[in-house]
Design a protein around this ligand. Structure first.
Ligand code: NAD
Length: 489
């Protein structure tokens, strides 16, 4: 990256506070020139960059795992499956399907356009921006990047300033695997991001909190820039009386305490009857002990809280209701024990904000109907879970609610299925990605029709002077299809 600011390494800049008002102008010009040159368009270029991403993951595997351990004490098992493996499968899928995804898509025509050629062209937007959070700092930057590259865009990457180790790797190591004219990294936090967003992008892909999502959307509106918002919120988890408490406890505990609860799609709170709560509590305690031992703090399989600010925020929430399981914390390690809270009120802070930590409150409802009413009264969540031995109950929750994704007797395994779209609705976001959906997100679908310059006789029926007979004929031609792919172009 060229420009006026402090060079942290190679292509990256962290602007000095006194730097000129737009320290990113040179970088964006370089990317725009590269895009306008058509460099990113050929499939060969896209393949070479995707292979570069694949090599980046392969050759730096240990560095990436060590960095995730350094930032979040992320267990290797969790880091591998949720960060590296998911990115690799996205790259593999894109490489395998790139030609098919890029290809013009022929569409069905009416009889009035039967001799024309009608198709959808997948166009890259241009210079795009990906802003990522810190909780899955590799996955949430690279998975959108794979689709942006596959779709032929230039990309500015803005990793989170909070996952410092990964920010450095993205700034210093990743650029070695990508074309520097087409990709750049911008470092920093809100201050730098605010300046960056004053620039015009052709697409913005933001993952983070609803609060910052609003800021990004407002900035995008200045240029009418289309955007995807992958946001967060509170994900309800209904547990029916008719269930196997130990199975439910194992599943919910794993998804809640994975990455120390710092997962946007983690079950945020349980809704169940008091009777089921009494069965779930010993089962959850058994699950926690089985997963992390008698002293979870000494377990190598439990991540830590990202920073002191979030640690103190979570400590504040530990005081809500009563900790039936866990409740301990250690500031030095930013450790919060896997915790289950009971006697929690709807009005408690733990039920007002996204928890984003290893704390699981239980709220009591008398029936599935009451649980559904509770869920429907709130913002539409990013994910919603229902556990029951009765599939009718699971389907009732599915049918009578709305959310970004849904898990029946399961947690966020839907994140691993590249053929499914992932994204929020309402307050939890807009747009979707993963697999081909990411390619589509980063592509403008251009509807095209190509017509012969000759055969004007066919067009004559459209032209004035109009007559009822011609009108009837044209309406008939517009309403009917031949069902054959015939065209003269
Ligand atoms: P955040 O919104 O604070 O920050 C996200 C990114 O935005 C960071 O790169 C940050 O530097 C940048 N940013 C901060 N202030 C900004 C500003 N004023 N203008 C522009 N950019 C700014 O979120 P976070 O704390 O990093 O992540 C946690 C949140 O992200 C949670 O709400 C979580 O649910 C959500 N999340 C959502 C998904 C998803 O896929 N939907 C995935 C992970 C996290």
């Amino acid at each position: 990256m060229s420009g006026k600011g402090k060079k942290s390494s190679g292509q990256q800049l962290k602007p000095e506070p006194e730097a000129q008002t737009n320290p990113y102008a040179d970088t964006l010009k370089r990317l725009r020139d590269a895009f306008n040159s058509g460099r990113t368009q050929p499939a060969e270029f896209r393949v070479s960059q995707l292979r570069g991403l694949s090599r980046f993951l392969k050759e730096n595997r240990k560095l990436l795992l060590d960095t995730l351990a350094q930032d979040l004490n992320k267990p290797t098992f969790e880091a591998d499956i949720s960060e590296i493996v998911l990115c690799e499968s996205e790259i593999r899928l894109a490489l395998k399907n790139l030609d098919a995804w890029m290809k013009d898509e022929r569409v069905e025509k009416n009889l009035a356009t039967q001799l024309d050629s009608a198709f959808i062209r997948k166009e890259p937007y241009g210079v795009t921006l990906i802003i990522a959070p810190w909780n899955y700092p590799l996955n949430l930057l690279l998975v959108p990047l794979v689709g942006a590259v596959a779709a032929g865009n230039c990309v500015v990457l803005k990793p989170s300033e909070m996952s410092k180790g990964m920010e450095k790797v993205i700034a210093e190591v990743l650029p070695q695997y990508l074309d520097k004219n087409c990709f750049a990294t911008v470092l920093g936090g809100p201050e730098e991001a605010t300046i960056l967003l004053k620039n015009k992008f052709d697409y913005i892909f933001f993952t983070g909190s609803p609060r910052v999502g609003q800021i990004v959307m407002a900035a995008a509106s200045k240029y009418l820039t289309p955007l995807t918002l992958e946001l967060g919120g509170k994900n309800p988890c209904y547990v029916d009386d008719n269930c196997d408490p130990q199975n439910v406890a194992n599943r919910v505990a794993w998804f809640r305490f994975f990455n120390a609860g710092q997962t946007c799609v983690a079950p945020d709170y349980i809704l169940c009857s008091r009777e089921t709560q009494e069965k779930l509590l010993p089962a959850l305690q058994r699950a926690v002990t089985q997963f992390y031992g008698k002293d979870p703090q000494s377990s190598p399989d439990l991540a830590r809280i990202i920073n002191n600010k979030h640690f103190h925020r979570l400590c504040g929430l530990l005081g809500n209701g009563r900790a039936a399981i866990g409740g301990q914390s250690d500031e030095q390690e930013r450790y919060i024990a896997p915790t289950v809270l009971v006697d929690v009120k709807e009005t408690d802070p733990v039920m007002q904000e996204e928890i984003f930590g290893p704390i699981l409150p239980i709220l009591n409802v008398q029936s599935v109907e009451e649980a559904i009413a509770f869920i429907r009264k709130r913002e539409k969540p990013l994910a919603l879970y229902a556990f029951s031995n009765d599939s009718k109950v699971v389907n009732k929750v599915l049918d009578e609610t709305s959310s970004g994704s849904f898990g029946g007797n399961n947690g966020f395994m839907f994140m691993t299925i590249t053929s499914m779209p992932f994204g929020g609705i309402g307050h939890s976001g807009m747009g979707q990605y993963h697999g081909k959906f990411t390619f589509d997100t980063f592509s403008h679908l251009r509807g095209c029709i190509l017509c012969s310059p000759r055969l004007e006789i066919i067009n004559k029926i459209r032209y004035p002077p109009y007559s009822p007979g011609r009108q009837r004929l044209l309406v008939w031609l517009l309403e009917h299809k031949l069902g054959l792919p015939c065209s003269i172009l």
